[in-house]
Write a protein that binds this ligand. Sequence first.
Ligand code: ATP
Ligand code: MG
Ligand code: MG
Length: 553
Amino acid sequence: GEAIKPNFITQVIDKDLAANKHGGKVHTRFPPEPNGYLHIGHAKSICLNFGVAETYANGRCNLRFDDTNPEKESQEYIDSITADVKWLGCEWEEPIRHASSYFDQLFEYAIELINKGKAYVCSLTPEEMTAYRGSLKEPGKPSPYRDRSVEENLDLFHRMAKGEFADGAHVLRAKIDMASPNINMRDPILYRIRRAHHHQTGDKWCVYPMYDYTHPISDALEGITHSLCTLEFEDHRPLYDWVLDNISIDCHPQQIEFARLNLNYTVTSKRKLKKLVDERFVEGWDDPRMPTLAGLRRRGYTPRSIRSFCNAIGVTRSEGVVDVAMLEFAIREDLNERAPRAMCVLHPLKVVITNYPEGQVEELVAPAHPQNEAMGSRTVPFAKEIYIDQEDFRESANKHFKRLVLGKEVRLRNAYVIRCDEVIKNEAGEPIELRCVYDPDTLGKDPEGRKVKGVIHWVAADRAVDVEVRLYDRLFNHESPDAQKEVEFTEFLNPESLVVLSGAKAEASLRQANSEIPYQFEREGYFYLDPIKAAQGELVFNRTVTLRDTWAK
Ligand code: ATP
Ligand code: MG
Ligand code: MG
């Protein structure tokens, strides 16, 4: 971890520390609900919460699963979230917490509220309850059950917990203010009956506490000082404070809201991402086109790039849309510095070098990184038959085409200058083989008396490794796919978000490729060996990002 850029939240914390509020401590938490995989939006919250803990002496950050909706949650999600937070390089305060481990205490606090006349069992149907709640324009009406006696409420609440009633028959509500202009304060539900097996507590409970009740108490039980959440919870803050003000608990964290991350060309909602997975629009949560941390990782994004992106966008209270090009910029910048270079021909075209000795192979030496000698070098075999990319050859072209043209010369990267003398074509008139000559006096130096401007990549035919290359593009072709009224976001899926090239030829050194190392395939982009395919013995390279921003809006 590392310190974060100062922002309006660190300003609040600085003031609190100066006033010795919260006993001079700084303790945050990242509280995901385990109902899906983490996405890039969560990374913003993770970098903020863990970043705050890193920034202050004795700062701490908990990882807590907010697991009060058993039907939507699972151990798979818990495991993926834990792995993703760890992968980002964050260290939480042990142990990992679960809101469900506070169910006994939450139940006891509910009884305290009932005893104080601050909570009651309500038996309205959900439809009636909605009608009684009123709207922004009109105040709510009190439930006819609002004045049940403490004894009756205690009896009913205990029987709810014992399983005497059907799901939905009763709820426990806070008794606050049905006329409040803030609808969250109109006697919100604290507990509901759900016969659902819970991934942590099994079948122990058939009543489950609501998020708005659970969250402040969980924060307080953990001694959280600053409870950072996204702006949609601003209207819930009075309830957060009400809960803590009305129970016997001696900790009162400060809730502070910040703007969520919205990225263009992307959806960041677990529910929508789950739909893409469930309806097989993508391969899974870790499909490299997904904005999940698992997908970004499989695509070749590094933790460093994601942290630097989060740092660059900063933390504010104003909602906005961040250009996904900023995320791409962050990974490009990281990989440009660190990725060793390699050559891989995506659309191979055979070239025979007619004046090169049959059977001879030269082991040429190429730097792993042109600007960083410390990264060492690799050997690239050169032989009579090589492949170049189909797109790097034309029979005729003007001077702007700095590649190979019939009758002209080009430099082979890390090797010699060649000249194309003949094109062999198939019946459709497409080039299938080029016959070239090489100039043996051009290894690492300019040819005698002439300038050769173009440089292209290549691989030796016999020594090349067959690989599959997957070219990814943005998953959506609309800037705000989920903000269109009347049109489902899946209508904006980009049909060209994945192009599979199964016949690519990579330089011999990539036989040893592994998923610890991202590569730059020279002139093509940054590529990452797909770790899942690699475990199955297949060499599949995911294009992480192109070398330049080529997206045409
Ligand atoms: P989603 O809407 O995708 O389901 P969520 O907010 O319901 O997200 P949680 O698991 O409750 O998901 O989120 C854990 C934390 O991450 C919360 O504090 C939440 O505010 C924060 N978070 C979620 N999405 C974003 C986002 N896009 N930008 C910043 N923070 C986010
Ligand atoms: Mg949620
Ligand atoms: Mg949400």
